[in-house]
Write a protein that binds this ligand. Structure first.
Ligand SMILES: [Zn+2]
Length: 377
């Protein structure tokens, strides 16, 4: 990974590059920062930068043989140890270690270098169990570092989430981390240093990875995803410096836009009592998944509540922004003491019937017809 592909973190990148240029590369470094801040991408970029045969002051070249292999995560001198556990394919008898999951790891990391712990566990299917870095893994690490490097100047061992390393494993690795063979580097990448075994922690030079600055996140949303500035700003703020969080905020935002469009069209059709169009609307929602249908109903209840509050009190009580706020302003006169409960009950009844696995098309058609009766009341 190139430094320029790491989001934000300009100051830290500069420090890392400078240390390489001045030949002060600490043999064990502990990159630490919350999930999504970019500790792992930074460790990868540093590994690439160190071994690039054609680097500049700013970055690795991206095309020399070393860069090429590191970018694909297939360099023979770039090693990984990550938390794993038994799965259906790799049962406990096989003593699961990273090598069993290497293909998955490469694929997941290439798809998203900001991958977090939970996403990794879902990828390999250990589900509710936690991964760990145990004594078998420690033995593999020692084996791998025993040989001198094949191609690169430096061998790099990236231990992702050293907080998942148990006491036995860390005891075996302690000496190696303290005094690695020549031209061997340990990059530990942690999301929670409070749980790393202290003896390990004290042997690595800390590299603190701060939250990504908001402007860098805004830039990503605007330039890469083509979002208008206000929306990019809103999402970046909610992400609080974490790129992983930015991804989930964005997914949520897209869902909200779709739910909002569906809700406004339902209310408009109910108001004009267009029976055929209401049935078509119900059919459309019935085609989506059950979780989507439930989240639509929850959203509808929320907008109804906001509209009612807006009617009864002042507009300033609403928590909504943009299009949603504008809609609630216009819609609130139609939500009053006479009908609010009936409308709410229509949503609620649909929710109950969905939970009982009723036929979605019938449920939503009934609900839409109820609304047509009450919205004008
Ligand atoms: Zn290169």
């Amino acid at each position: 990974m190139l430094f320029k592909s790491v989001i934000g973190q300009d100051e830290l990148k500069q420090q890392l590059r400078q240390a390489v240029q001045e030949g002060r590369i600490a043999h064990a470094q502990l990159f630490w920062g919350n999930s999504g801040y970019g500790a792992l991408p930074l460790a990868l970029s540093l590994a690439q930068y160190i071994n690039c045969t054609n680097r500049t002051a700013a970055d690795a070249c991206g095309y020399c043989p070393s860069c090429h292999k590191i970018q694909k995560l297939i360099h023979p001198d770039l090693h990984f140890a990550v938390p794993v556990n038994n799965t259906k394919e790799i049962p406990a008898e096989k003593k699961p270690v990273t090598d069993h999951f290497l293909a998955r790891w490469r694929e997941a990391l290439l798809a998203n270098p900001y991958l977090n712990e939970q996403e990794w566990y879902e990828t390999i299917g250990i589900e509710n169990k936690q991964g760990n870095i145990g004594v078998n893994e420690a033995a593999r690490i020692m084996e791998k570092l025993h040989f001198k490097s094949f191609e690169a100047e430096y061998k790099v061992m990236i231990i992702w989430l050293p907080e998942r390393m148990n006491m036995q494993a860390s005891n075996r690795l302690l000496k190696l981390i303290e005094e690695p063979p020549t031209k061997t580097l340990f990059f530990l990448v942690s999301e929670d240093t409070t749980r790393i075994i202290k003896t390990i922690q004290s042997r690595a030079q800390p590299v603190h990875v701060p939250p990504i600055d908001e402007e860098a996140l805004i830039k990503i949303k605007m330039e890469r995803d083509g979002l208008p500035e206000p929306q990019a700003r809103k999402q970046a703020r909610a992400a609080a410096g974490s790129y992983s969080k930015l991804l989930s905020v964005a997914a949520n935002d897209a869902d909200t836009t779709e739910r909002f469009a569906s809700f406004t069209s339902l209310m408009r059709l109910a108001y004009v009592v267009d029976g055929l169009a209401l049935m078509a609307w119900a059919e459309e929602l019935a085609k989506t998944g059950r979780e989507h249908q439930k989240s639509f109903l929850t959203y509808a209840e929320q907008l109804l509540r906001e509209s009612f509050m807006n009617n009864r009190h002042a507009p300033e009580v609403t928590y909504l922004l943009g299009d949603e706020a504008a809609f609630v302003q216009k819609f609130s006169p139609y939500v009053n003491e006479r009908n609010v409960e009936a409308i709410y009950n229509a949503f609620n009844l649909a929710m109950t019937h969905l939970s009982q696995n009723g036929n979605a098309k019938i449920i939503f058609t009934d609900m839409a017809m109820q609304l047509a009766q009450w919205v004008r009341a």
